[in-house]
Design a protein around this ligand. Structure first.
Ligand code: ADQ
Length: 458
Protein backbone atom coordinates (compact mmCIF):
# COMPACT_ATOMS: atom_id res chain seq x y z
CA UNK A 1 0.00 0.00 0.00
CA UNK A 2 1.34 3.46 -0.90
CA UNK A 3 2.34 5.78 1.90
CA UNK A 4 0.14 8.73 2.67
CA UNK A 5 1.28 12.33 2.98
CA UNK A 6 -1.13 14.79 4.54
CA UNK A 7 -0.52 18.51 4.30
CA UNK A 8 -2.64 20.98 6.24
CA UNK A 9 -2.04 24.43 7.61
CA UNK A 10 -2.05 23.16 11.19
CA UNK A 11 -1.05 19.67 12.30
CA UNK A 12 -2.42 17.62 15.20
CA UNK A 13 0.74 16.25 16.81
CA UNK A 14 -0.40 13.79 19.52
CA UNK A 15 0.44 14.80 23.08
CA UNK A 16 0.23 12.91 26.34
CA UNK A 17 -3.51 13.46 26.60
CA UNK A 18 -4.08 11.06 23.68
CA UNK A 19 -7.26 10.60 21.72
CA UNK A 20 -9.70 12.18 24.19
CA UNK A 21 -8.16 15.57 23.53
CA UNK A 22 -8.10 15.30 19.75
CA UNK A 23 -11.10 16.02 17.53
CA UNK A 24 -12.57 13.34 15.28
CA UNK A 25 -10.85 14.66 12.17
CA UNK A 26 -7.38 14.44 13.74
CA UNK A 27 -8.06 10.93 15.02
CA UNK A 28 -9.31 9.76 11.61
CA UNK A 29 -6.36 11.24 9.75
CA UNK A 30 -3.92 9.76 12.25
CA UNK A 31 -5.59 6.36 11.80
CA UNK A 32 -5.29 6.66 8.01
CA UNK A 33 -1.62 7.56 8.38
CA UNK A 34 -0.95 4.71 10.84
CA UNK A 35 -2.54 2.20 8.47
CA UNK A 36 -0.36 3.19 5.53
CA UNK A 37 2.61 4.88 7.17
CA UNK A 38 3.44 8.40 6.14
CA UNK A 39 3.97 12.05 6.88
CA UNK A 40 1.78 14.88 8.19
CA UNK A 41 3.24 18.25 7.32
CA UNK A 42 2.17 21.78 8.16
CA UNK A 43 2.82 25.02 9.98
CA UNK A 44 3.91 24.84 13.63
CA UNK A 45 1.77 27.86 14.47
CA UNK A 46 4.98 29.71 15.43
CA UNK A 47 6.72 32.68 13.90
CA UNK A 48 10.46 32.73 13.19
CA UNK A 49 10.39 36.53 13.39
CA UNK A 50 12.18 38.21 10.52
CA UNK A 51 14.64 35.38 9.87
CA UNK A 52 14.26 32.41 7.52
CA UNK A 53 12.58 29.49 9.38
CA UNK A 54 14.81 26.67 10.57
CA UNK A 55 14.61 23.33 8.66
CA UNK A 56 11.52 21.16 9.28
CA UNK A 57 11.19 19.78 12.79
CA UNK A 58 10.50 16.05 12.42
CA UNK A 59 8.80 14.01 15.16
CA UNK A 60 8.40 10.26 14.73
CA UNK A 61 5.44 8.46 16.24
CA UNK A 62 5.39 4.80 15.11
CA UNK A 63 5.24 4.85 11.32
CA UNK A 64 4.04 8.48 11.19
CA UNK A 65 6.39 11.41 10.79
CA UNK A 66 5.09 14.82 11.84
CA UNK A 67 6.92 17.57 9.96
CA UNK A 68 6.48 21.14 11.16
CA UNK A 69 7.82 24.41 9.87
CA UNK A 70 7.68 27.89 11.35
CA UNK A 71 6.80 30.87 9.15
CA UNK A 72 8.30 34.33 9.14
CA UNK A 73 6.27 37.00 10.92
CA UNK A 74 5.57 38.66 7.58
CA UNK A 75 4.16 35.41 6.21
CA UNK A 76 2.05 34.82 9.31
CA UNK A 77 0.54 38.25 8.83
CA UNK A 78 0.21 38.23 5.05
CA UNK A 79 -0.43 34.57 4.16
CA UNK A 80 -2.36 33.35 7.22
CA UNK A 81 -4.05 36.36 8.79
CA UNK A 82 -4.12 38.19 5.48
CA UNK A 83 -5.01 36.26 2.37
CA UNK A 84 -6.29 33.02 3.96
CA UNK A 85 -8.40 34.56 6.70
CA UNK A 86 -9.27 38.00 5.32
CA UNK A 87 -9.86 37.08 1.68
CA UNK A 88 -10.50 33.39 1.09
CA UNK A 89 -12.44 32.74 4.32
CA UNK A 90 -14.92 35.61 3.87
CA UNK A 91 -15.30 35.04 0.11
CA UNK A 92 -16.00 31.33 0.58
CA UNK A 93 -18.57 32.28 3.23
CA UNK A 94 -20.22 34.75 0.82
CA UNK A 95 -19.04 37.78 2.84
CA UNK A 96 -17.76 40.06 0.09
CA UNK A 97 -18.20 42.97 2.48
CA UNK A 98 -15.48 41.60 4.78
CA UNK A 99 -12.88 40.67 2.15
CA UNK A 100 -9.77 42.87 2.36
CA UNK A 101 -7.63 42.47 -0.73
CA UNK A 102 -4.02 43.43 -0.83
CA UNK A 103 -1.36 42.57 -3.37
CA UNK A 104 1.23 41.85 -0.70
CA UNK A 105 -1.09 39.35 0.97
CA UNK A 106 -1.89 37.65 -2.30
CA UNK A 107 1.80 37.38 -3.19
CA UNK A 108 2.58 35.97 0.23
CA UNK A 109 -0.12 33.29 -0.15
CA UNK A 110 1.48 31.95 -3.32
CA UNK A 111 4.99 32.38 -1.89
CA UNK A 112 4.19 30.37 1.25
CA UNK A 113 2.63 27.61 -0.84
CA UNK A 114 5.84 27.44 -2.87
CA UNK A 115 7.82 27.38 0.38
CA UNK A 116 5.67 24.48 1.68
CA UNK A 117 6.23 22.58 -1.58
CA UNK A 118 10.01 23.01 -1.34
CA UNK A 119 10.06 21.91 2.29
CA UNK A 120 7.86 18.90 1.54
CA UNK A 121 9.73 17.79 -1.60
CA UNK A 122 12.61 15.86 0.08
CA UNK A 123 10.08 13.79 2.05
CA UNK A 124 8.07 12.65 -0.98
CA UNK A 125 8.63 9.21 -2.52
CA UNK A 126 7.40 8.34 -6.04
CA UNK A 127 4.49 6.11 -4.89
CA UNK A 128 3.23 8.38 -2.13
CA UNK A 129 -0.33 9.64 -2.22
CA UNK A 130 -0.62 13.27 -1.16
CA UNK A 131 -3.75 14.68 0.49
CA UNK A 132 -3.87 18.45 0.92
CA UNK A 133 -6.41 20.08 3.23
CA UNK A 134 -8.25 23.33 3.03
CA UNK A 135 -8.19 26.83 1.68
CA UNK A 136 -4.76 27.81 2.97
CA UNK A 137 -3.04 25.46 0.54
CA UNK A 138 -4.92 25.57 -2.76
CA UNK A 139 -1.81 26.28 -4.94
CA UNK A 140 0.28 23.48 -3.39
CA UNK A 141 -0.35 20.83 -6.08
CA UNK A 142 0.52 23.29 -8.86
CA UNK A 143 3.82 24.04 -7.12
CA UNK A 144 4.61 20.34 -6.71
CA UNK A 145 3.71 19.65 -10.36
CA UNK A 146 6.02 22.43 -11.43
CA UNK A 147 8.81 20.71 -9.53
CA UNK A 148 8.09 17.53 -11.53
CA UNK A 149 6.11 15.47 -9.01
CA UNK A 150 3.76 12.97 -10.69
CA UNK A 151 2.19 11.61 -7.49
CA UNK A 152 -1.56 11.41 -7.07
CA UNK A 153 -2.59 14.53 -5.21
CA UNK A 154 -6.02 15.16 -3.72
CA UNK A 155 -7.52 18.21 -2.06
CA UNK A 156 -10.37 18.50 0.42
CA UNK A 157 -12.05 21.83 1.06
CA UNK A 158 -13.54 22.03 4.56
CA UNK A 159 -15.41 25.26 3.91
CA UNK A 160 -18.08 26.14 1.31
CA UNK A 161 -17.22 26.91 -2.32
CA UNK A 162 -19.07 30.01 -3.55
CA UNK A 163 -20.90 30.63 -6.85
CA UNK A 164 -19.03 32.29 -9.72
CA UNK A 165 -20.41 35.78 -9.10
CA UNK A 166 -19.02 35.73 -5.58
CA UNK A 167 -15.68 34.08 -6.39
CA UNK A 168 -14.96 36.37 -9.32
CA UNK A 169 -14.89 39.42 -7.07
CA UNK A 170 -11.51 38.11 -5.95
CA UNK A 171 -8.79 39.51 -8.22
CA UNK A 172 -6.77 36.28 -8.33
CA UNK A 173 -9.71 33.94 -8.90
CA UNK A 174 -8.19 32.56 -12.08
CA UNK A 175 -4.96 31.53 -10.35
CA UNK A 176 -7.00 29.95 -7.58
CA UNK A 177 -9.08 27.98 -10.10
CA UNK A 178 -5.89 26.97 -11.91
CA UNK A 179 -4.49 25.80 -8.57
CA UNK A 180 -7.54 23.62 -7.92
CA UNK A 181 -7.32 22.19 -11.44
CA UNK A 182 -3.86 20.78 -10.72
CA UNK A 183 -5.19 18.14 -8.32
CA UNK A 184 -6.32 14.64 -9.32
CA UNK A 185 -9.31 14.68 -7.00
CA UNK A 186 -11.15 17.62 -5.46
CA UNK A 187 -13.39 16.92 -2.49
CA UNK A 188 -16.15 19.30 -1.41
CA UNK A 189 -18.47 19.03 1.56
CA UNK A 190 -21.72 18.97 -0.45
CA UNK A 191 -22.91 18.65 -4.00
CA UNK A 192 -23.87 22.32 -3.94
CA UNK A 193 -20.23 23.28 -3.43
CA UNK A 194 -19.24 20.96 -6.26
CA UNK A 195 -21.90 22.53 -8.51
CA UNK A 196 -20.61 25.99 -7.63
CA UNK A 197 -17.09 24.91 -8.53
CA UNK A 198 -18.28 23.47 -11.86
CA UNK A 199 -20.18 26.73 -12.48
CA UNK A 200 -17.01 28.77 -11.85
CA UNK A 201 -15.07 26.68 -14.39
CA UNK A 202 -17.75 26.99 -17.02
CA UNK A 203 -18.54 30.69 -16.56
CA UNK A 204 -15.27 31.95 -17.98
CA UNK A 205 -14.62 28.91 -20.17
CA UNK A 206 -11.74 27.86 -17.95
CA UNK A 207 -12.72 24.23 -18.30
CA UNK A 208 -15.43 21.69 -19.01
CA UNK A 209 -17.22 18.96 -17.14
CA UNK A 210 -16.87 16.02 -19.52
CA UNK A 211 -19.23 13.81 -17.53
CA UNK A 212 -20.59 14.25 -13.99
CA UNK A 213 -17.61 14.81 -11.69
CA UNK A 214 -14.99 14.52 -14.48
CA UNK A 215 -13.37 17.80 -15.48
CA UNK A 216 -10.74 19.12 -17.90
CA UNK A 217 -9.24 22.52 -17.23
CA UNK A 218 -5.92 24.26 -17.66
CA UNK A 219 -4.58 21.24 -19.56
CA UNK A 220 -5.31 18.73 -16.80
CA UNK A 221 -8.02 16.06 -16.29
CA UNK A 222 -9.30 15.61 -12.78
CA UNK A 223 -12.30 14.52 -10.77
CA UNK A 224 -14.45 16.29 -8.21
CA UNK A 225 -16.92 14.89 -5.72
CA UNK A 226 -18.95 15.61 -2.59
CA UNK A 227 -17.52 13.90 0.49
CA UNK A 228 -19.47 15.05 3.54
CA UNK A 229 -17.23 14.89 6.56
CA UNK A 230 -18.50 12.99 9.61
CA UNK A 231 -17.56 12.69 13.27
CA UNK A 232 -16.33 9.79 15.40
CA UNK A 233 -20.00 9.00 16.13
CA UNK A 234 -19.73 5.87 18.30
CA UNK A 235 -16.85 7.23 20.39
CA UNK A 236 -18.59 10.56 20.91
CA UNK A 237 -21.83 8.83 21.97
CA UNK A 238 -19.78 6.79 24.47
CA UNK A 239 -18.29 10.02 25.92
CA UNK A 240 -21.81 11.36 26.37
CA UNK A 241 -23.07 8.19 28.09
CA UNK A 242 -20.25 8.41 30.63
CA UNK A 243 -20.31 12.17 31.01
CA UNK A 244 -22.00 12.25 34.41
CA UNK A 245 -18.61 11.15 35.82
CA UNK A 246 -17.23 14.64 35.07
CA UNK A 247 -17.70 17.14 37.84
CA UNK A 248 -18.09 20.00 35.34
CA UNK A 249 -21.08 18.24 33.77
CA UNK A 250 -22.63 17.55 37.19
CA UNK A 251 -22.14 21.19 38.18
CA UNK A 252 -23.75 22.35 34.94
CA UNK A 253 -26.72 20.09 35.62
CA UNK A 254 -27.11 21.47 39.15
CA UNK A 255 -26.82 25.05 37.97
CA UNK A 256 -29.66 24.80 35.46
CA UNK A 257 -31.90 23.69 38.35
CA UNK A 258 -34.43 21.77 36.31
CA UNK A 259 -34.70 24.45 33.61
CA UNK A 260 -34.60 23.44 29.94
CA UNK A 261 -31.14 23.95 28.50
CA UNK A 262 -30.52 25.33 25.01
CA UNK A 263 -26.92 24.98 23.87
CA UNK A 264 -24.84 26.73 21.22
CA UNK A 265 -21.19 25.75 20.64
CA UNK A 266 -19.09 27.57 18.06
CA UNK A 267 -15.71 29.04 17.42
CA UNK A 268 -16.14 32.79 17.69
CA UNK A 269 -16.60 33.51 13.99
CA UNK A 270 -18.93 35.77 12.04
CA UNK A 271 -19.96 32.85 9.82
CA UNK A 272 -21.56 31.11 12.80
CA UNK A 273 -24.50 33.52 13.16
CA UNK A 274 -24.07 33.98 16.92
CA UNK A 275 -25.53 37.49 17.09
CA UNK A 276 -28.59 36.52 15.03
CA UNK A 277 -29.00 33.51 17.32
CA UNK A 278 -28.99 35.62 20.48
CA UNK A 279 -31.62 37.84 18.86
CA UNK A 280 -33.71 34.75 18.10
CA UNK A 281 -33.41 33.56 21.70
CA UNK A 282 -34.55 36.93 23.00
CA UNK A 283 -37.48 36.92 20.54
CA UNK A 284 -38.41 33.40 21.67
CA UNK A 285 -38.65 34.55 25.29
CA UNK A 286 -40.53 37.74 24.41
CA UNK A 287 -43.01 35.79 22.23
CA UNK A 288 -43.35 32.93 24.73
CA UNK A 289 -43.45 34.48 28.19
CA UNK A 290 -44.46 31.12 29.70
CA UNK A 291 -40.84 30.05 29.14
CA UNK A 292 -39.42 32.96 31.10
CA UNK A 293 -37.24 31.65 33.94
CA UNK A 294 -37.74 28.10 32.63
CA UNK A 295 -34.89 27.99 30.11
CA UNK A 296 -31.16 28.68 30.14
CA UNK A 297 -29.23 29.34 26.95
CA UNK A 298 -25.60 28.28 27.23
CA UNK A 299 -23.33 29.63 24.48
CA UNK A 300 -19.82 28.14 24.55
CA UNK A 301 -17.51 30.05 22.27
CA UNK A 302 -13.73 29.81 22.37
CA UNK A 303 -12.03 32.84 20.86
CA UNK A 304 -10.42 32.32 17.50
CA UNK A 305 -8.20 34.33 15.14
CA UNK A 306 -8.14 37.23 17.60
CA UNK A 307 -5.32 38.86 15.59
CA UNK A 308 -7.75 39.49 12.72
CA UNK A 309 -9.65 42.77 13.33
CA UNK A 310 -13.12 41.41 12.39
CA UNK A 311 -12.76 38.70 15.03
CA UNK A 312 -11.60 41.03 17.73
CA UNK A 313 -14.56 43.31 17.05
CA UNK A 314 -16.88 40.36 17.24
CA UNK A 315 -15.62 39.33 20.67
CA UNK A 316 -16.80 42.66 22.04
CA UNK A 317 -20.03 42.67 20.06
CA UNK A 318 -21.20 39.23 21.24
CA UNK A 319 -20.26 39.83 24.89
CA UNK A 320 -22.10 43.16 24.84
CA UNK A 321 -25.14 41.67 23.19
CA UNK A 322 -25.39 38.79 25.69
CA UNK A 323 -25.10 41.34 28.51
CA UNK A 324 -27.77 43.56 26.97
CA UNK A 325 -30.24 40.68 26.52
CA UNK A 326 -29.61 39.43 30.06
CA UNK A 327 -30.29 42.94 31.29
CA UNK A 328 -33.44 43.26 29.23
CA UNK A 329 -35.16 39.93 29.91
CA UNK A 330 -33.37 38.52 33.00
CA UNK A 331 -34.75 38.65 36.53
CA UNK A 332 -33.08 38.74 39.94
CA UNK A 333 -33.13 34.94 40.09
CA UNK A 334 -32.62 34.14 36.40
CA UNK A 335 -29.69 34.75 34.05
CA UNK A 336 -31.10 33.76 30.64
CA UNK A 337 -27.81 33.57 28.70
CA UNK A 338 -24.59 32.08 29.97
CA UNK A 339 -21.77 33.03 27.66
CA UNK A 340 -18.47 31.20 28.04
CA UNK A 341 -15.26 31.94 26.11
CA UNK A 342 -13.24 28.83 26.70
CA UNK A 343 -12.30 25.57 25.15
CA UNK A 344 -13.84 22.46 26.69
CA UNK A 345 -12.62 18.85 26.53
CA UNK A 346 -14.57 16.57 24.22
CA UNK A 347 -15.90 14.26 26.96
CA UNK A 348 -17.28 17.25 28.89
CA UNK A 349 -18.66 18.86 25.73
CA UNK A 350 -20.46 15.59 24.95
CA UNK A 351 -22.04 15.68 28.43
CA UNK A 352 -23.19 19.28 28.02
CA UNK A 353 -24.79 18.49 24.65
CA UNK A 354 -26.63 15.61 26.30
CA UNK A 355 -28.05 17.87 29.01
CA UNK A 356 -29.49 20.24 26.41
CA UNK A 357 -33.08 19.93 25.24
CA UNK A 358 -32.26 21.96 22.13
CA UNK A 359 -29.04 22.18 20.13
CA UNK A 360 -29.10 25.56 18.42
CA UNK A 361 -26.79 25.51 15.39
CA UNK A 362 -27.48 28.46 13.14
CA UNK A 363 -24.50 29.43 10.98
CA UNK A 364 -25.09 31.95 8.21
CA UNK A 365 -22.93 29.71 6.02
CA UNK A 366 -20.91 26.64 6.98
CA UNK A 367 -19.06 23.98 4.98
CA UNK A 368 -20.47 21.19 7.14
CA UNK A 369 -20.73 22.06 10.87
CA UNK A 370 -19.64 19.23 13.09
CA UNK A 371 -21.30 20.67 16.20
CA UNK A 372 -24.69 19.69 14.71
CA UNK A 373 -23.49 16.12 14.30
CA UNK A 374 -21.90 16.00 17.77
CA UNK A 375 -25.13 17.26 19.36
CA UNK A 376 -27.08 14.42 17.75
CA UNK A 377 -24.49 11.78 18.64
CA UNK A 378 -24.49 12.86 22.29
CA UNK A 379 -28.23 12.46 22.90
CA UNK A 380 -29.88 9.96 25.21
CA UNK A 381 -31.78 7.56 22.87
CA UNK A 382 -34.66 7.36 25.36
CA UNK A 383 -35.03 11.10 25.75
CA UNK A 384 -33.24 12.88 22.91
CA UNK A 385 -33.14 16.62 22.40
CA UNK A 386 -34.05 18.52 19.25
CA UNK A 387 -31.59 19.95 16.75
CA UNK A 388 -32.47 23.38 15.36
CA UNK A 389 -30.22 23.75 12.34
CA UNK A 390 -29.49 26.42 9.75
CA UNK A 391 -30.40 25.46 6.23
CA UNK A 392 -27.10 27.07 5.18
CA UNK A 393 -24.93 24.50 6.99
CA UNK A 394 -23.65 21.61 4.86
CA UNK A 395 -24.93 19.25 7.55
CA UNK A 396 -28.53 20.34 6.78
CA UNK A 397 -28.29 18.20 3.62
CA UNK A 398 -27.89 15.10 5.77
CA UNK A 399 -29.65 15.70 9.10
CA UNK A 400 -33.22 15.29 7.95
CA UNK A 401 -34.66 15.08 11.45
CA UNK A 402 -33.53 18.59 12.39
CA UNK A 403 -35.83 21.60 12.47
CA UNK A 404 -34.34 23.61 9.62
CA UNK A 405 -34.29 27.39 9.93
CA UNK A 406 -33.16 30.42 8.00
CA UNK A 407 -30.86 32.17 10.50
CA UNK A 408 -31.57 35.57 8.96
CA UNK A 409 -35.22 35.09 9.92
CA UNK A 410 -35.22 35.88 13.64
CA UNK A 411 -38.92 35.13 14.10
CA UNK A 412 -38.63 31.84 12.21
CA UNK A 413 -35.72 30.72 14.40
CA UNK A 414 -37.59 31.80 17.55
CA UNK A 415 -40.60 29.74 16.43
CA UNK A 416 -38.43 26.69 15.78
CA UNK A 417 -36.96 27.09 19.28
CA UNK A 418 -40.45 27.07 20.75
CA UNK A 419 -41.37 24.03 18.69
CA UNK A 420 -38.19 22.22 19.77
CA UNK A 421 -38.65 22.95 23.46
CA UNK A 422 -42.27 21.73 23.34
CA UNK A 423 -41.79 18.74 21.04
CA UNK A 424 -43.40 15.51 22.30
CA UNK A 425 -41.09 12.62 23.19
CA UNK A 426 -42.34 10.32 20.44
CA UNK A 427 -41.54 12.86 17.70
CA UNK A 428 -38.13 13.63 19.24
CA UNK A 429 -37.22 9.95 19.26
CA UNK A 430 -38.31 9.42 15.69
CA UNK A 431 -36.42 12.45 14.38
CA UNK A 432 -33.30 11.55 16.35
CA UNK A 433 -33.19 7.83 15.38
CA UNK A 434 -32.97 8.57 11.66
CA UNK A 435 -30.19 11.10 12.15
CA UNK A 436 -28.22 8.87 14.50
CA UNK A 437 -28.39 5.88 12.15
CA UNK A 438 -27.11 8.10 9.36
CA UNK A 439 -24.22 9.40 11.50
CA UNK A 440 -23.23 5.93 12.69
CA UNK A 441 -22.99 4.74 9.10
CA UNK A 442 -21.34 7.87 7.72
CA UNK A 443 -18.71 8.57 10.31
CA UNK A 444 -15.36 10.29 9.88
CA UNK A 445 -13.47 7.04 9.17
CA UNK A 446 -15.80 6.31 6.30
CA UNK A 447 -15.29 9.82 4.93
CA UNK A 448 -11.54 9.34 5.07
CA UNK A 449 -11.57 5.86 3.51
CA UNK A 450 -13.93 6.91 0.71
CA UNK A 451 -11.87 9.94 -0.24
CA UNK A 452 -8.61 7.98 -0.21
CA UNK A 453 -10.08 5.09 -2.22
CA UNK A 454 -11.24 7.54 -4.88
CA UNK A 455 -7.90 9.33 -4.88
CA UNK A 456 -6.05 6.07 -5.34
CA UNK A 457 -8.32 4.95 -8.22
CA UNK A 458 -6.89 6.02 -11.59
P1 ADQ B 1 -15.13 24.93 12.07
O1 ADQ B 1 -15.52 26.20 11.39
O2 ADQ B 1 -14.17 25.05 13.16
O3 ADQ B 1 -14.62 23.86 11.01
P2 ADQ B 1 -17.20 22.95 13.06
O4 ADQ B 1 -17.44 21.99 11.98
O5 ADQ B 1 -18.45 23.30 13.81
O6 ADQ B 1 -16.57 24.33 12.58
O7 ADQ B 1 -16.17 22.33 14.06
C1 ADQ B 1 -15.85 22.94 15.25
C2 ADQ B 1 -15.23 21.92 16.19
O8 ADQ B 1 -14.70 22.66 17.29
C3 ADQ B 1 -16.24 20.92 16.71
O9 ADQ B 1 -15.65 19.65 16.75
C4 ADQ B 1 -16.52 21.44 18.12
O10 ADQ B 1 -16.80 20.46 19.07
C5 ADQ B 1 -15.22 22.13 18.48
N1 ADQ B 1 -15.49 23.20 19.43
C6 ADQ B 1 -16.25 24.28 19.25
N2 ADQ B 1 -16.31 25.00 20.39
C7 ADQ B 1 -15.58 24.34 21.30
C8 ADQ B 1 -15.25 24.57 22.66
N3 ADQ B 1 -15.67 25.63 23.33
N4 ADQ B 1 -14.46 23.69 23.27
C9 ADQ B 1 -14.01 22.61 22.61
N5 ADQ B 1 -14.29 22.33 21.33
C10 ADQ B 1 -15.06 23.19 20.68
C11 ADQ B 1 -14.37 23.85 9.60
C12 ADQ B 1 -15.54 24.28 8.72
C13 ADQ B 1 -16.77 23.42 9.03
C14 ADQ B 1 -16.44 21.95 8.87
C15 ADQ B 1 -15.17 21.58 9.63
C16 ADQ B 1 -14.72 20.15 9.32
O11 ADQ B 1 -15.83 25.66 8.90
O12 ADQ B 1 -17.85 23.77 8.17
O13 ADQ B 1 -17.51 21.16 9.38
O14 ADQ B 1 -14.10 22.46 9.30
O15 ADQ B 1 -14.57 19.93 7.96
Amino acid sequence: MSRLIIVSNRVSVPDNQGAAAAGGLAVALQAALAERGGVWMGWSGKSSGDVEPEPLVLTEDGNITYALTDLTQTDVEEYYQGFANRVLWPICHYRLDLAEYGRKEMASYFRVNRFFAHRLAPLVEPDDIIWVHDYHLIPLAAELRQMGFKNRIGFFLHIPWPPADVLFTMPVHEEIMRGLSSYDLLGFQTKYDLENFAGCLKRECMGVENSPGHFSAHGHNFRGGAYSIGIETAAFAAFARKAAAHSMVRKAQQSIEGRDLIIGVDRLDYSKGITQRIDAFERFIVNNPAHQRRVTYLQITPKSRSEVPEYEAMQHAVAEQAGRVNGAIGTVDWVPIRYINRSISRPVLAGLYRLAKVGLVTPLRDGMNLVAKEYVAAQDPDDPGVLVLSRFAGSARELKGALLVNPYDVDGTANALARGINMPLEERRERWRGMMDHLLENDVSRWCDTFLADLRAE
